[in-house]
Design a binder for this molecule. Structure first.
Ligand code: SAM
Length: 289
């Protein structure tokens, strides 16, 4: 197997095919072999797993996944990588590469078609310019057992943040609604070529089989969350009044009091359970339930 993390091997390989890194496509390739090995190990990939990889690049993680998984399906946007991947991962019969934009995929349909009888997982060293849309699509697909990805360290901290901290955001709640996050390890910039300007971290999101909260209406729940974080410096009453003009300021205050909260409380202090209580009260009020 070609050691694609070895610069002495990788540079001539890229030169042979006239390949130049594309910043616009988020191309920072791994050159530290412990990283893809650790990602595949920590993700729990074995022969019972069907793994969707996003952006195989020249294949360092793809190799480690294909060595362990029942099947790997990798989606890569940059067609210039085709002859290189043919050399680095062409030997794996359990690997299929789709040459397309991952954001254009019907992910639940893809998982159903490619991974029948296997435990679906997603694993990737993500292109950072589209971290949020990719994570959103992977979690909303609701078909993976886990999603294990390399992201910017600050994004990993945002995903795993606790209420009341500076990193806590609407995106935190979105991710934690679907999954339980755990930051696994940091990856220094020197582990990539070219080196990015930021430190990276690998995070795993174990998706929830059942929600531990009573949420009467998902749309109202996420609208409540967005309204609460849209104006971080304002009180929750003002945030809700802006996000739900039909409630008005007085109605927003009534909802909060009814739920046992001080209308002056800040949204960033509340956990998912508390947002669920408020969203359920708004939903009942709007629907006269
Ligand atoms: N997995 C390789 C590694 O760890 O060295 C490459 C990771 S690099 C950070 C991100 C990869 O995602 C690149 O190969 C890039 O071409 C690919 N990519 C960028 N945008 C994409 C998209 N919309 N759909 C699929 N792949 C994409």
């Amino acid at each position: 197997m070609i050691d694609v993390c070895n610069i002495q091997v990788m540079k001539p390989l890229l030169a042979e095919h006239g390949f130049h890194f594309s910043k616009a496509k988020g191309q920072n390739f791994l050159i530290a072999s412990w990283v893809p090995q650790q990602i595949a190990e920590d993700a729990g990939v074995d022969e019972t797993a069907g793994v969707l990889e996003i952006g195989p690049g020249i294949g360092p993680l793809t190799q480690q996944l294909a060595l362990r998984a029942g099947k790997v399906c990798a989606v890569e946007l940059d067609f210039r990588l085709k002859p290189i991947l043919a050399q680095t991962v062409g030997e794996f019969s359990n690997l299929e590469i789709l040459w397309d934009d991952v954001l254009k995929q019907d992910i639940p349909a893809l998982v159903k078609e490619k991974f029948a009888g296997l435990r679906p997982m997603a694993c990737a060293n993500l292109p950072y310019y589209i971290t949020s849309p990719i994570l959103t699509a992977l979690l909303e697909a609701e078909c993976f057992e886990s999603v294990t990805v390399m992201v910017q360290k600050e994004v990993a901290q945002r995903i795993a943040a606790k209420p009341g901290t500076a990193d806590y955001s609407a995106f935190t709640i979105f991710c934690q609604y679907y999954a339980e996050p755990e930051i696994l390890f940091d990856v220094p910039a020197g582990c990539f070529m070219p080196a990015p300007k930021v430190t990276s971290a690998v995070i795993t999101l174990r998706t929830r089989k059942e929600l531990p909260w009573q949420i009467d209406d998902k749309d109202t729940f996420f609208r409540t969350v967005r309204a609460s974080f849209a104006m971080r410096r304002k009180t929750l009453q003002n945030g809700l009044a802006s996000g739900f003009p039909e409630l008005g300021k007085a109605g927003a205050g009534e909802v909060l009091t009814e739920c046992g909260f001080d209308p002056g409380v800040r949204g960033e202090k509340l956990g998912i359970e508390e947002f669920a209580t408020i969203a359920n009260a708004i939903y009942r009020r709007k629907n006269h339930v």
